[in-house]
Ligand binder design. Structure first.
Ligand SMILES: Cc1cc2nc3c(=O)[nH]c(=O)nc-3n(C[C@H](O)[C@H](O)[C@H](O)COP(=O)(O)OP(=O)(O)OC[C@H]3O[C@@H](n4cnc5c(N)ncnc54)[C@H](O)[C@@H]3O)c2cc1C
Length: 452
């Protein structure tokens, strides 16, 4: 603990980035208020419970490869609550699901019937490239991956691997973990996602992934239904204007402020940013996500926790997650919970549709690939829950690492207002929380370097 200051800090956004920043600022000695516009904390790491089923609203999975997160969990004493969970995932091809253990992928790839013998021989090149790029694929600095950011994952796969590996390995990995197609994201993203997934033991929390945000928030003052409208700095204060749940305008002052909201929402809050900075933030692209959870009174036979559907097999269905295998506590004893996830266009086309319409569409799309599973859901359904994330996962296309580096170089490291959020790195929990730690450090430094 560094309790050296007694000032006030405000954090905008109670996602994992904002709450990690708040947690660190409290350690520096600030009294911290976190303002969150949603009625619950956690952002894309939130969890809600309904009728005995537990729904993670965004993230599903944390990996042993998450260095910053694993360190933080230990520090918080939360590692004892982290449960090792299933590592079995599947990839669908021609009417069959081929299963792998992500911690024994080398072995499983050698014997799988998903790929032809020729494709298997070429698959080693991907793992070799991940090894070569590894030290530049770091959670807290996406811009370090510039060397692999020059072509799309698709063109990389066709050049370095082959079409079959693209269709049945690269495309499903990219789409399953970024919700968009391999021509829209860079090779750097493919290498990073492969790095964090392959060999990594999966872990989770019985009470939902929100366990981490909740623990970070434990000693902070978190105000929900609090929408921040403006954050401005003068020589010795930051002024924050926000509206409470009645719509009444409120203003607060603080020594420092960390703004941890999704990139396109930042310009509206920070008028002091340059036009180029505002333009950059407004054009950071996220996939939209609409998913459906089906709760059933009997789990289906599938043993994997996650099954990816390649785009060449179906244009819309992206994955099915069997959440009752993913972690304990997601479904009541003896019952099952499945998440059905879709590619970006399906989600965008149904953004305005009501929940009942989305659930009906989801079931008919699922039926096109997994008719038995759709029948099982129809016969055993207890509930359907629809989740939506407008800014779900970042679409890191070729050249984005360079653009991000340029944006970051233009930010003022001495400002009392600092930014955090996954948009400053990769779209994973580990990166988001690392940006929160670094924003808290910079904001605190900005104050201490002004002290006589
Ligand atoms: C469907 C989905 C699946 C995912 N799966 C995984 C996974 O399995 N593993 C993994 O590691 N990562 C996964 N991710 C990514 C991971 O969830 C995110 O990278 C991470 O949670 C982002 O955290 P954040 O704090 O940067 O942003 P957010 O969680 O989005 O937090 C930003 C917060 O700011 C609030 N806010 C916005 N504007 C204002 C305002 N004006 N005033 C006050 N508050 C405001 C928002 O309501 C939000 O709570 C997934 C994401 C999604 C959507």
């Amino acid at each position: 603990m560094h309790m050296s200051t007694t000032g006030r800090a405000i954090v905008v956004g109670a996602g994992v980035a904002g709450l990690t920043a708040g947690y660190r600022l409290r350690e520096y000695g600030y009294s911290v208020t976190v303002l969150e516009q949603a009625p619950h904390l956690g952002g894309r790491m939130g969890t809600v419970s309904q009728g005995g089923f537990r729904h993670d609203l965004g993230a599903l999975w944390m990996g042993g490869s998450y260095q910053a997160a694993v360190r933080l969990l230990e520090e918080l004493g939360l590692n004892s609550a982290a449960i090792k969970t299933s590592n079995i995932f599947g990839i669908y091809r021609d009417g069959e699901t081929h299963r792998f253990n992500s911690t024994e992928l080398d072995k499983d790839l050698a014997v799988t019937e998903l790929l032809s013998p020729e494709a298997k021989l070429r698959a080693g090149a991907l793992l070799q490239d991940v090894g070569a790029a590894s030290k530049h694929l770091v959670a807290d600095d996406f811009s370090a991956a510039q060397a692999w950011d020059t072509e799309s994952a698709r063109s990389y796969a066709l050049r370095r691997l082959d079409e079959e590996l693209h269709d049945y390995l690269v495309e499903p990995i990219v789409s399953g973990m970024s919700f968009t197609s391999s021509d829209k994201v860079s090779a750097a993203m493919l290498l990073f996602l492969t790095k964090i997934f392959v060999g990594a033991m999966a872990f989770n929390f019985e009470t939902g992934l929100v366990a981490l945000p909740e623990r970070l928030a434990q000693d902070l003052h978190v105000e929900t239904n609090a929408r921040v409208e403006r954050v401005q700095e003068d020589t010795d204060r930051v002024h924050v204007r926000w509206r409470d749940q009645t719509g009444a305008e409120r203003t607060e002052q603080a020594e420092v402020c960390v703004v941890a909201v999704q990139a396109p929402l930042v310009p509206g809050l920070l008028p002091h940013l340059t036009q180029a900075q505002q333009e950059y933030l407004s054009t950071v692209t996220y996939a939209r996500d609409v998913f459906v959870h089906f709760g059933v009174d009997e789990p289906p036979a599938e043993p994997a926790w996650f099954v990816l559907v390649p785009q060449c097999e179906h244009p819309d269905l992206n994955y099915v997650s069997f959440d009752h295998h993913r972690a304990p506590g997601r479904a009541p004893e003896g019952k099952g919970l499945m998440r059905v996830g879709f590619r970006n266009k399906w989600c965008a086309d149904r953004w305005q549709l009501d929940d009942a319409g989305v659930a009906a569409n989801a079931l008919s799309t699922l039926r096109a690939v997994f008719p038995d599973l759709a029948d099982h859901i129809e016969d055993h359904q207890e509930m359907a829950f629809v989740g939506r994330n407008e800014h779900a996962l970042l679409q890191r296309g070729p050249g984005d690492a360079t653009r991000l580096r340029h944006f970051q170089d233009g930010l003022d490291p001495h400002s009392r207002i600092q930014l955090a959020g996954d948009f400053l790195s990769w779209s994973v929990i580990d990166a988001a929380l690392a940006t929160g730690e670094s924003a808290a450090r910079s904001a605190h430094r900005a104050v201490t370097e002004r002290q006589p």
